[in-house]
Design a protein around this ligand. Structure first.
Ligand code: SAM
Length: 263
């Protein structure tokens, strides 16, 4: 069961996100970057060049099936589906996110190529050895049991399947008192991946990762009043709480890009 605090927070934020041009503008300007296609907008820190790199590393062929773990409203995953002609299964703990993702897939003409499920990193509900690849963008650090999450990714992938993701490594000295992030503080995902049956080919720090995070989070905190008018108090409260906590405590050691193969 995914932490209720987290799921309720995300449900509230996702429900209010479509009402907020200000949040969209902040995210596009500071996190996505000016060249990121608006129709695939997201709430992570994935840039267009990073997404292209992920596409290369996923090695998807038309007709393959891939999962996005913690897909949110599925902007990056739908971009990937449209770019590769592979079929997408988007998985997220937030039912509001998966509903918005489904509507968005239809609007983009990708409804026939995409389906969405509610689940958790450790219990996706997906069939064993059913997927050609898995991706994830800036979501796995929220998992309360990362060893179980890596084992679940290995279970649902076919042998030879690729697992490509970005994630934040947690610094236990600064994260330990934080809700959610302090629950299972992993500062290196490689041992967990290897234990789960992956061989890790790429594990590298994303250059310049702190700047977009600090800029986007600071802009959201500064725009609290306008955002509250557009989105309402509860969602903005959840957003500002997480972002100001992250800016203050600095719980992230590094943001890394990972590519691994299921043996
Ligand atoms: C920062 S958002 C990123 C969403 C998406 N990848 C994107 O690029 O917009 C993190 C996502 O992880 C999901 N999430 C957090 N913990 C989860 C868990 N234990 N199981 C499944 N999803 C989870 C949240 O609901 C949220 O949608």
């Amino acid at each position: 069961m995914v932490d209720d605090l987290l799921t309720n927070g995300y449900n509230a934020v996702y429900g209010a996100t479509p009402k907020s041009p200000t949040l969209r503008r902040i995210w596009h300007e500071h996190a996505e970057g000016p060249d990121f296609p608006e129709e695939f907008g997201h709430v992570s820190f994935v840039t267009l060049s990073e997404l292209r790199r992920m596409a290369t590393e996923l090695r998807l062929k038309p007709g393959d099936t891939f999962v996005d773990l913690g897909c949110g409203m599925a902007g990056p995953a739908l971009w990937m589906a449209s770019e590769t002609q592979a079929n997408l299964v988007g998985m997220d703990a937030s039912h509001v996110a998966t509903e918005l993702a489904g509507a968005r897939a239809n609007e983009l003409g990708l409804g026939g190529q995409a389906r969405f499920v509610v689940g958790s990193f450790s219990t996706t509900g997906l069939e064993a050895a059913s997927l050609d690849a898995a991706m994830s963008e800036d979501a796995l650090q929220y998992g309360p049991d990362k060893e179980a999450a890596m084992a679940e990714a290995a279970r649902i992938l076919k042998p030879g399947g690729r697992f490509v993701f970005t994630v934040f490594e947690l610094d236990s000295a600064t994260a330990e008192h934080l809700p959610i992030l302090g629950v299972d503080m992993v500062d290196d995902y490689r041992p967990l991946l290897e234990k789960a049956g992956f061989s890790v080919e790429i594990y590298e720090e994303v250059p310049g990762w702190p700047e977009p995070m600090t800029a986007a989070y600071s802009a959201v905190v500064e725009a609290k009043e306008t955002l509250t008018k557009e989105m309402g108090e509860a969602p903005v409260g959840a957003l500002v709480l997480e972002m100001s906590m992250t800016l203050g405590a600095k719980p992230y050691k590094r943001r890394v890009l990972v590519a691994a193969t299921k043996k």
